[in-house]
Design a protein around this ligand. Sequence first.
Ligand code: SF4
Length: 196
Amino acid sequence: MTQGDAPLSADLPSDLADLLVHLSRLAQSAANSPLTAAQWTALRYFARANPVSRTPSAFSEFHATTRGTASQTVRALVDMGLLARHADDRDRRSAKMEVTKAGHDMLAQDPLGSLRKVLAALPQAEQATLARTVRHAVTELATARGAPVFGTCSDCNHCDTSGAQAYCHCTQTLLAAPDMAAFCVDFRPAAGADKA
Ligand code: SF4
C-alpha cells in the first residue's frame, strides 16, 4: 500500500493538528544548533520583514509572545552580532533591527532549510493548495485569538495593483518588488485571499 492509499483517520482534524505541531517542532530541531528555536525565528523574521515591521514589538506579535520575551531574544541576537539596532529617523524612541552580514551567513545554516527542500520537491499544484490551506488556517486561528495576521502585499487588502506600480493605501507609498515579498505588520487579508 502506498502512502496515498492509506485509510484516512476517523478524526482527521485531530491528526492534522498533531501532525502540524510535530512538523513544526521537527523542522526547527537540529543537532548542535548554535541558536534556539526562538532565536532562529527572530533572525528569519527580521530578514523577511519590511522596514516598518522590523521592530521588536512587531516581532512579538508575529511570534505570539510577550514584548519582554521578544526583547530578550532580540538582545541575545544583537549580543551575538547577528542583528544590529538602528534608531528610526522619524521616531528616535523606536529602533529598527537589521540582520548583519554575520546574521545572513548564519541563515545559510537555518534548520528550516530541510523542510523547504521537502516542500520544494512537491508538485507545484500541491504546494499552491497547501499554501492556501495553511494560510486559511492561520487566518482563522489568528482571528479567533484576536492576534494579527502576517502576510505579503499580493494578498493584502491595502494593496492596489490597478496602476503601473503597486500602491499601498496603508503606508501611502509605491511598492517595489522586494517590498511585495516582505512580511508586513500592517497586512490585512484581502477578502477570499486565504480560501483554499
Ligand atoms: S500593501 Fe499591505 S502588506 Fe503591503 S506594505 Fe501595505 S499594508 Fe503592508
